[in-house]
Design a protein around this ligand. Structure first.
Ligand code: OOG
Ligand code: NI
Length: 300
């Protein structure tokens, strides 16, 4: 029904052809099977973050089969690419909106989505920067970039796969955004992509506690996000989470190549509430710290 092989062209900022590759993914997104959608997000994420594949293989070598608890996207609260826009491909595949979350200090708002017809389907967590609550510098930077931007880039139904939306990027702007918001700086560089997948500890066989998972990761040299403690949340809150610090990757800026944190891996253990049902939402106090997995740091 569809032609499965197309050639994808990307244009550099100056309009030169810089990139040519075969794509297996030419199905219209609305009709895209949800598994294909997640596997495409996984490919992008695992290919660009070396520790993701290493961690995945580590669990497999321990005899575990990994189930994904959730993925997350970040964006701006601008109509063309806000939470509602990013949620569209999931909604059209049967996902429904569930919880909403506020992170006032970070100027963020988020929602999560679930697929009621499939309890094993990953949840989708989408946050956005609330620009009116940010400084004039952040507002002007993003409004200016949006005006300059090639609008084709965000009108596409393939928005969730777009990655970086601004081009060229400047290390000076990145650094200045960081002074006020690590989230804004990260989004400026990495844009629209799954910024983490999450190992569901509930579905592991050998590793029953989050401490056991963390010990395995640390014994193999992975750096955990320790903001607020390595374990975020308690059994009483029905959700415990931990995460790696994002992989440090080389990024081409206008001023040259700089190494900065990209994406991370998360681990989540859910508990049943009084009603016997396993908790399916997120905890604001914990999520607030998980966001910090992409904070700037340098390799020791
Ligand atoms: C999302 C952080 C929150 C969770 O599980 O609480 C989160 C992000 O880093 O964009 O994923
Ligand atoms: Ni998460």
């Amino acid at each position: 029904m569809y032609d499965n092989i197309t050639i994808e062209f990307s244009l550099s900022c100056s309009g030169d052809l810089i990139y040519l590759r075969e794509s297996r993914y030419s199905l219209i997104l609305k009709d895209m099977d949800i598994n294909l959608l997640f596997s495409r997000l996984w490919d992008e994420y695992s290919q660009n973050n070396p520790s993701v594949k290493q961690i995945h293989s580590l669990f497999e070598s321990e005899g575990e089969e990994l189930v994904n608890d959730h993925i997350a996207f970040r964006t701006l609260d601008i109509d063309k690419m806000n939470i509602d826009k990013l949620a569209e491909p999931f909604i059209s595949n049967g996902y429904v909106q569930k919880g909403e979350y506020y992170f006032r200090e970070k100027h963020l708002y988020a929602r999560h989505y679930e697929l009621p017809s499939d309890q094993k389907a990953p949840r989708v967590f989408i946050s956005q920067l609330v620009l009116k609550d940010c400084s004039p510098f952040i507002r002007e930077t993003f409004y200016g970039l949006m005006n300059e931007m090639n609008s084709r880039k965000i009108e596409s139904a393939e928005m969730i796969f777009k990655g970086s939306v601004f081009c060229p990027i400047s290390f000076e702007t990145y650094s200045k955004l960081r002074e006020e918001s690590e989230y804004a700086a990260w989004f400026y560089v990495f844009g629209l992509r799954a910024n983490h997948f999450t190992v569901s500890i509930n579905n592991l066989r050998k590793f029953r506690t989050i401490e056991q998972v963390n010990d395995l990761l640390k014994s193999h040299g992975f750096i955990l996000n320790s903001s607020g403690g390595e374990v975020k949340g308690t059994q009483k809150q029905l959700l415990q989470q931990s995460s790696t610090m994002a992989d440090i990757v080389p990024v081409q800026f206008r001023e040259g190549v700089y190494e900065i944190p990209s994406c991370y891996y998360e681990f989540a253990l859910r508990f049943p509430g009084e009603d016997g049902k396993v908790f399916s939402g997120f905890i604001e106090g914990s999520a607030d710290k998980i966001f910090e997995s992409t904070n700037f740091y340098t390799r020791k």
